[in-house]
Design a protein around this ligand. Sequence first.
Ligand SMILES: O=C[C@H](O)COP(=O)(O)O
Length: 250
Amino acid sequence: MRNYLIAGNWKMNKTPSEAAALAKEILPLVKDADYRVMVAPSFVCIPAVASVLKGSNVIVAAQNMAGTESGAFTGETSVLMLKDLGVEMVILGHSERRHIYGETNEQINEKVKLALSHGLSPVLCIGELLEEREAGKAESVCFEQLEKGLVGVSESDMDRVIIAYEPVWAIGTGKTATPEDADAIHAACRKKIASLYSSSVAEKVVIQYGGSMNPSNVKTLMAMENIDGGLIGGASLKADSFAELANFNK
Ligand SMILES: O=C[C@H](O)COP(=O)(O)O
């Protein structure tokens, strides 16, 4: 059994006080979850949310971070700042970062390595655009993002790396990859990881699915052999729906 992870990516939603209120509402609903639960508020909401969740079973994550430790990078947020706030995980290479802000595989790889070197777990997001899927390139796009995102990451560091497969066309659209289609990409990525590292790394690595996961499709998605959790946007913004996702097995 892999160490499943159900994660809420709150994206650019909620003010600090709203985020703290949401965290307070979520806390009692997920306290008995059987699997790991994580939330990723925006940077400015992290202090308020971290203070609510301190000592609980809910992991606090960031949605991004700079690729450099410190310096003259106006508007950026460093790994040291995140660690100081109690952040344990960081989402990197989300498709919104790749496609809206032009982040490259090389920049994402720098961030992955920096996060690991400071003891944070990176959630490396990969996923194809609709036109890439239609051109039969879903696997090759994911393989390239995986391979380039993991350059220089050692086999032992892979214990802390989480992969999130998010087909871009399924994000925030209400369209979900069928469980079979998602599982096929997860299985192919697992094989790719076996070729980059070893079969034991591939067997253990957690591969989340993201893209319109919600209370009505979570059970079928999570029943697939290679799907080890969810990276959830819209449905994580309400305590009751996020709690249903976190308790999908009950
Ligand atoms: O990070 C989360 C994903 O982008 C999925 O978002 P969504 O659940 O709103 O489709």
